[in-house]
Design a protein around this ligand. Structure first.
Ligand code: HEC
Ligand code: HEC
Length: 465
């Protein structure tokens, strides 16, 4: 017995060290800016059918029995009173559907993370959910639901089977998505933890994890979905390459049974991709000083367009990946993209080896995103570390610890972004702490060279995008 234990410790030591070596050797880059390559996409789908599938479809594969959800629905609706057009059967972030085995179940949907209110109770579809708080361990939430399910449904019922099936993945992700930072999102970690328990070829459940996973739970902001139509690649680090319908559906690994089911979902996601082409950024709802914005437009063209593109009558978007060494924003998320073993799994999986193919390719940079609707998407940078555009364009002004109003959109028309309070330390339930690993507000110094009045003009122009 003791011998096996020592053997296991040695194996772990080797595995952990080769993991560290990979991190250290993968990082140096001598390039500054790269053009991201385009892949032809199938845009022949039906946009309306795409949105309908997102709001009512079965893409998560399994979930909590409908009977148990029904008991708690009123309470959920009261806590999340937000309205989304076309969605009445359940709260906006919950889909009711038939699981892979025929049980009637519910689970979260894409709008759990990709919709949020801008004003009042009306949701802005495609806006990243700035209200999410992943600091609690979902294990506890599950511990509350489980007794209800087990009491209501016997062991050999379909409902219990569907619940226990997704429960394996909930268990696998629980420690991987618990964050230290408020308002950031661990979606990549969620995919990484689920795929760790799936056979890459047929996507069926594997009990033993297939690759090692970093211990620190790094997270990101949630990008707005209306920019997808301009992008050649997906994600902050530009790692999402190839066919978008496959990339868009990655969250299915939470609960689908196998690749046969995944294929059916992928076919429907051609419609989802068509719907994304129709999604527009929200227009700035307050006044814009047009002469000042016109001055800002010229400055933007001179200082910013080469990375972020042009807007208005001639829209161009250059699709550039900027090396971490050049943009100098927090490197951890890009380090992680270089190092995670998720990519090896993905690139030999059903997602990458069957048509239409998609792959993950990490190059140690961050994408310079389109800035459509940028007024609405605070906080800024891939790690959500900067609360306003004015702070982004004047780095000396960025707050180290800051707190915004929670659960409502409290807009600052002057600085453009979140109204916030500067705090003295990271202590406090709603304080964003930029001293935590991965959440530094460093980098993107491109606005620092502007004079104060020039910066004001650029910000006025940004309101109009
Ligand atoms: C748990 C929260 C969560 C859920 C659920 C979720 N996403 Fe995301 N999504 C994210 C986060 C966070 C990112 C940013 C990750 C990154 O860029 O590294 C993202 C990125 C994306 C992107 C890339 C956008 C860009 O500009 O590069 C698309 C497209 C997308 N999600 C679509 C979807 C769709 C469609 C669904 C449902 C099938 C979905 N997401 C479900 C959190 C989520
Ligand atoms: C060399 C290329 C480059 C130049 C020049 C540049 N940017 Fe950026 N910008 C980037 C990159 C890369 C990011 C993403 C960085 C990150 O998220 O870590 C970014 C992010 C941003 C964001 C935040 C986007 C978001 O959704 O959080 C804004 C706003 C922005 N830039 C505005 C500007 C303005 C205004 C200028 C001109 C004064 C400018 N940028 C100049 C590359 C550039």
């Amino acid at each position: 017995m003791k011998k096996y234990l020592i053997f296991a410790i040695i194996l772990c030591f080797i595995a952990c060290n080769s993991y560290k070596d990979a991190l250290e050797t993968a990082l140096p880059t001598d390039w500054k800016v790269k053009k991201l390559p385009a892949t032809p996409q199938d845009l022949t789908g039906d946009p309306e059918a795409g949105l309908d599938y997102l709001l009512h479809g079965d893409y998560i594969g399994s979930g909590i029995p409908y009977g148990v959800f029904k008991g708690g629905e009123a309470r959920i609706r009261k806590k999340f009173p937000y309205e989304l057009e076309g969605k009445t059967d359940a709260p906006y972030f919950i889909n009711i559907f038939e699981a892979y085995n025929g049980a009637k179940v519910v689970s979260g949907n894409c709008f759990t993370c990709h919709a949020a209110p801008l004003k009042g109770n009306q949701l802005q579809v495609g806006l990243g959910n700035y209200m999410s708080d992943f600091r609690a361990n979902i294990k506890f939430a599950n511990a509350i639901v489980k007794p209800f399910v087990y009491k209501k449904y016997d062991k050999d019922t379909k409902e219990r089977e569907a619940y226990d099936f997704i429960g394996q993945y909930t268990e696998a992700i629980s420690s991987r998505i618990k964050l230290q930072q408020i308002g950031t999102n661990p979606a990549t970690r969620l995919a990484e933890a689920c795929m760790q328990h799936r056979d890459p070829v047929d996507l069926t459940y594997r009990e033993a994890p297939l690759y090692p996973v970093m211990d620190y739970n790094v997270a990101s902001d949630v990008p707005p979905l209306w920019n997808v139509k301009k992008k050649n690649t997906l994600y902050y680090t530009g790692i999402g390459r190839g066919d978008f319908s496959k990339l868009l559906m990655q969250v299915v690994v939470l609960g689908i049974p196998d690749s046969t089911y995944a294929r059916k979902v992928q076919e429907r996601f051609v419609d989802v991709l068509a719907w994304l082409q129709t999604l527009e950024a929200p227009k700035y709802p307050y006044e814009i000083d047009e002469p000042l914005a016109a001055k800002g437009a010229l400055l933007f063209e001179e200082h910013c367009s080469k990375c972020h593109g042009t807007y208005g009558e001639t829209e161009t978007y250059p699709n550039k990946l900027v090396s971490v060494n050049m943009v100098k924003t927090d490197p951890l998320y890009a380090d992680y993209a270089m190092d995670t073993k998720l990519h090896d799994w993905y690139n030999k999986s059903w997602f990458a080896t069957t048509e239409p193919k998609s792959t993950l390719v990490a190059e140690y940079g961050y994408v310079a995103p389109p800035l459509d609707g940028i007024w609405a998407t605070a906080p800024y940078l891939h790690n959500a570390s900067v609360p306003t555009l004015e702070d982004l364009l004047n780095s000396s002004q960025r707050p180290k610890y800051w707190k915004r109003k929670w659960e409502s959109y409290d807009f600052d028309e002057e600085k453009v972004g979140w109204n916030y309070e500067t705090k003295q330390s990271g202590v406090g339930k709603y304080t964003f702490d930029t001293s935590l690993a991965g959440y530094s507000n460093q980098g993107h110094y491109f606005g620092d060279t502007l004079e104060a009045n020039e910066r004001k003009a650029v910000i006025e122009y940004l309101k109009s995008l």
